[in-house]
Design a protein around this ligand. Sequence first.
Ligand code: GLY
Length: 353
Amino acid sequence: MNSIVVNLSHKTYPIYIKRGLINEIGIEIAKIYTGKKVLIITDENVNKLYGKTVEISLKISGFNVDTIVLEPGEKSKSVDVLLNVYNDLLDFKVTRGDLIIALGGGVVGDLAGFAASTLLRGIPFVQIPTSLLAQVDSSIGGKVAVDLARGKNLIGSFYHPQAVFIDPNVLKTLSKTFLHDGLAEVIKYGAIKDIDLFLKLESLKDDDDVLANIDNIIYQCCNIKKDIVEIDEKDTGDRMMLNFGHTLGHSIEKYFNYEKYTHGEAVGIGMYSITRKSEELGLTEVGSAERIKKILIKYNLPYEVLGLDRDKILQAISLDKKNDKDTINIILLKKLGNAFIKNINSSLMNDYI
Ligand code: GLY
């Protein structure tokens, strides 16, 4: 089993990566948790595929298990659903000595993590991410949140899990769209920090080849994220580099009401667009944008949207919560594998989209 340890000043926790891990999850949980009661939060799709496996494995290891099943999709990351989850957990007589398991993709992880961070002033939880995006990004680093009508992740906190258990085999049941969605974040890690990872993604033949190598790919991404989160847990410095492609990406998601593009697709468009602009401005090694475009095409990801209303996009960017007064931090590449943060006046954002 591959493992990585996230070392923070106030907490240390492991990330385990192993094919088939989900089948032995009870044994693994018993190594890190001495209580009896476990509360699984999952969604209908994941529950159908893996709910029973996880439940049985936990019961064999002697745990009492209750399960809360959410409707799949971003709409579940709402305050209304959160209130229902609090009530369900209280109906199950949850205490601070129990353990919550987030079993699912980013929506489940973010919502279950936020419920765990706030109910009874904090209940321990673990992440079992089942989408590629959650395995390489959202399950690590402690960002948990729910959305408001006016924007995503506006109510949230930093609350780290006790452990993250990643089973790459579960990706076999992921749709191609969501495999590629997660691959956009993998491409991002290569672009900002690891040219070898980028080269590897360029050299792999196809999705099957990606899946054959996915354990190592996930390990490399988790390692990059761990390093960044250890330096800058609260996202005031280096962690912002993880937002490469996200400034435009978030506004594209919002522009299309979160219906047309997945997060990864929108981020891919954002990565290509900002790199093309920064090349034109002489800030990025020439040829980088073309390689980003090629790799996005290779993994069936879009690289541009035609006919966008620029004013609306700029407005969405200026409303993004990451903006600090009249300046904005954007993430650019010096070259592939090497990113930097540039603080610009918001009025100059037009030059970068
Ligand atoms: N997903 C970006 C971060 O965790 O900071």
